[in-house]
Design a protein. Sequence first.
Lengths: 941, 254
Amino acid sequence: MKYRCFCYTTSRFRISDDLCNLYIVFTKYALMKFKIAVFIICCCFTLPAFTQNHYTVKGVVIDTASGSKITDATVTVLSEKDSILQKFTYSNKGSFEINNLQPGKFLLMVTYPDYADFVEHFTLDEAHPEYSFGNIGMILKSKLLNEVIIKSKVAAIKIKGDTTEFNAAAYATQKNAKVDDLLKQLPGMKINQSGAIIFQGEEVSKILVDGEEFFSDDPALVSKTVRADMVSKVQVYDQKSEQAKLTGMEDGVKVKTINIVLREDKRKGLFGKAEGGYGTDDYYMGQAALSKFSPKEKISAYGNMGNIGQSGLNGAAANKFSIGSAAFSFGGFGLPVARDGGIHYDRKWNKDKQSVNGNYNINRLKTEDRSSALVQNNLPGNFNTSIRNSGSNYVFNSQVADLNFKSKIDSVSDLSMQIRGSASNRQSVGFSNGSTMRGNGVLLNESDRISSGSSENQNASLSMNYTRRFKKKGRSLSANAASSYGESEGESSLISDLRYYNAQGLLDSTSRIDQYKPGFSRSRNLSGGFSYTDVLSKTLSMSAGYNFSAANSKDEQRAFDRSAALPDNVLDSAFSSDFRLKTLTGNYNAALTYSKDKVYANAAINVADISYRQHDELQGTQLNRDFTNWLPNATFRYQLNKAASLSFAYNGESRQPQASQLQPLRQNSDPLNIYLGNPDLKPEFSNRFSYNYRVYQPTQDRGINFRGNYLTTFDAIVSNRMTDSAGANIYQSSNLSSARPSSWNIYTEFYGHATKLDFIVSINLTVNGYTSFNYINNQLNKSKRVSYAPQLDIWKNKGTYSYSFSIGPNYTTGSSSLQKAINNNTRGFFTSLNYYTKLPLNFFMGSDINYKYTAKNQVFDRSFEQLLIKSYVGKTFLKSEGLKVTLSGNDLLNQNSGYSRYSSDGNFSESRSATIKRYFMFSLSWDFSKFGKSLQPQQGS
Amino acid sequence: MKVFLFFIGICLLQETASMAQNRHFITSGIIEFERTVNMFALVKKKVTKTTMENKPYYEKYLQTEPQFRKLNSVLIFDADATLFTPRPSENVHWWYDTPMANQLNIVFSDLKGRKSTIQKEFYERTFLVTDSIRKIKWKITEETREIAGYKCRRANGIMLDSIYVVAFYTDEIHISGGPESFNGLPGMILGVAVPHENVTWFATKVTEKAIESKAIEPPKKGRQVNNKELYDEIMKAIVIHGDYAVTVLKGLLL
């Protein structure tokens, strides 16, 4: 009963939380026993006849404001435990008396039209057979609303099957907050520096609004544009992949999805935001977004520009179309100048039978990158170290449009269609210079490289799906067809100088490449198929399908030497390639689903027959390969009770070698790293086991999550490295039969409320491990890496202030069997503190403080330490607090250095990049919203 | 203690003021109810494991008939008694007929004497059931909604041992009655839903009116029985229904 607060205004005018639980569980036997017990007690200690009348409650109902007595107020006695109605009466000239009660604990509820309900506890027992409330002051609701806010406690989280549902009303956000401010508060949900949303350790790749795609379900766009006060519920679940949805074939791929359910009264309205800022060193930003929602139609548009790398409206779009720019995918390395904009439109009509959903995005990104990297290459019994400084300037332009149309043709058939087109171009200029030292400190080689290039890409795709349901529920047949076309044309030039040094460190030889390289590639894809689902019994259903696809591609990369001795048009055939590739795939699929009460089980198998025909136009050779790929998967889920669920999953997958592993394009863009093909590669087969256990206690708002997975691969395709005496690396893949690489991951989280200060605490532990193999100079190298990252998070959000605090040490062990003497064990530590508080006179202030430390180790001789502080102070105007003036300072200590450290395939490397550092900015923002009159007033809020 | 001080404060400050906020409360009148029956769900219940032959009827019903059947009734009340009378309605085709789809009862409730007289018609027979007012165990909730212009509070109840009932009552009419045999809340019941039986009653109009006591008279027709005797009679009549008997029983007892 802790949740009852005992200050006057709230406790007296809220209905007990017991009442909120509408679950009727009438404990008939318990009650009967209780009555018998009462009877026995009465017999033993008092005269039965006397007990009948002397348990009484009475009082006088008055109006608090005027002091006058209220006649005809309804006075009701409920049992405290289950709020079952015991007796009631109506006040007469204010006073009431209810007799003939049993001893026990009760609630007295007094109601009167237009007055707030009065609810209070009382107890009747042998010592106190009569309870008098004296005067009960009733307050008019109109007055009450100005004085106190009645808020019932709502169950914050519901777990239904594999869906976790958060009730937005249980989380407080600031005025004008956006969805990402709400998401940050949800247990298990994190938003990292680059704006990616992580739920229980897995990245969320889609956000839907009311189940509909919004800006092509780009997570950043939804979370930055939709207002938190519009949200009723946040649901998180795994969705099937796009491919599985189109073809109806279960491929075991799960896409973590968030569905934002809007409040009924916020489905119709206009809202938006405009923000602009200018700062020192010519830093600037501008953002505008405007949306108009109605139940049948949503229109939204946004525009964004800036050079502060705001990981908002631009970050996710850049990742989505795999632009590959490092500027946003590695926590803001490089100096970006971004401009982007987009429009979304969706509409339903004809009783929601037809709907259309279209999006258009335009994006321009200019990035300047300066970085330095230190790499240790492990060799049998030895190692070498290379240092490289590089710089590049990229300009990337892209436009993407998509249009989705869905129609219910009649009550049994649906048609959906999707058209998507994109165009992009890219220019880059880059240089790098580096040197490699032998393990004993003697120089091995030096390189200088200047490259420039440009390319243009166009892609278009069309897909269609038709589903027909039959009279028998659950029986359906669907057919699908898809086609896509892509083309890319580009040119590049390369000047590379290499100097090799002998064992004494004296110049041995030099090599120079000066080439012009035009390239062209094209791919066409056509696919089609059908699937059938049927219900075998109440609990069992099946699906089966067949899909066929044909892909044709051409990839042409030519190199022309540019030296004085040769004419311009002489082809360097050693570094030119022209491949034609035909792939025919036949895909068979069958799945069985069992679902009864608390158990859900699903097993599916997918077999793909692939024929691969590659023709080398330059050399006139043909490479023919046929693969059979198996994709079994199974899921088992058990709902232990309302709040706990347990699931296991298995996914098996044969992965055929990629074209670049069989026969790579002959390239010399990096003469020190050369890739060779291996036409004899077989598919590898991976097995992935995962489990997930979740419990949530609604009354305490606390829970546990356990998740984990284990992946092991048979006949793994591994990348082998030959490092020659000159320090050049030659890579070639092969199947590994003597050992099996594996990786695993464990995520554990506990969260709950601290009782007194009422903040939320979450303790979580992430452990990742992997063992991988590859051959280095024909010797098997085993790399092992395990990282432990426990973390403690504390956060609290109220209307006027919020804070969050995180702390976590981390420890990584990394070793390579070729270099037993040297390990790459790393210790590190991070802590962060964010706070925001309102100050008097509508001022506000806050800070984000992040500290990171990575200790030195046997590979890297410097420790790394960084303290980033961002602070802001401002003032809001208007009643809605929509207008805001802010002065902010980024990286106050000027310590940001774009540092990262990693290891792979027997390499350990570390890099630092130029990045955005200290600046101060003055900005002005305006949030506005106007919603239609509420259709259904929300209860209890 | 805080509460006490607050009251002292109130008393000292507000002693002189005495503006009465008293409201007018209805003590007699007429309430019109509309009963809505989800026929799709009721007809479906006729299809049980042992009566699969009814399935084609059910499927035909889905295609040819409307989902909701609406029935009207009137509740006349004064401070001491209520009389619930159904208005005549069209019959349901015998293929689809089920007791829950019809209004079988004229209910007179003597609220002071805690007695009720129900004239019940089923299977072409008429009974006059005289017994004490039906007891329903109510659990009061916080939820409210407006019905026919009155603010009503939700109560969840269990009656006849196992039937789950949701009722909405208003504390602005101080009569502890309601449609059919629903009663026992601290105010007039203006809305009832019996979710598992797919039926609801909602007041469409509340009229304040002086009622002559003659207008609220117990019904008289039918064979005199009490609840126990009625139950035995019903059991005799429905044993032939097999799986479906429970559904019929609920419909007849309601």
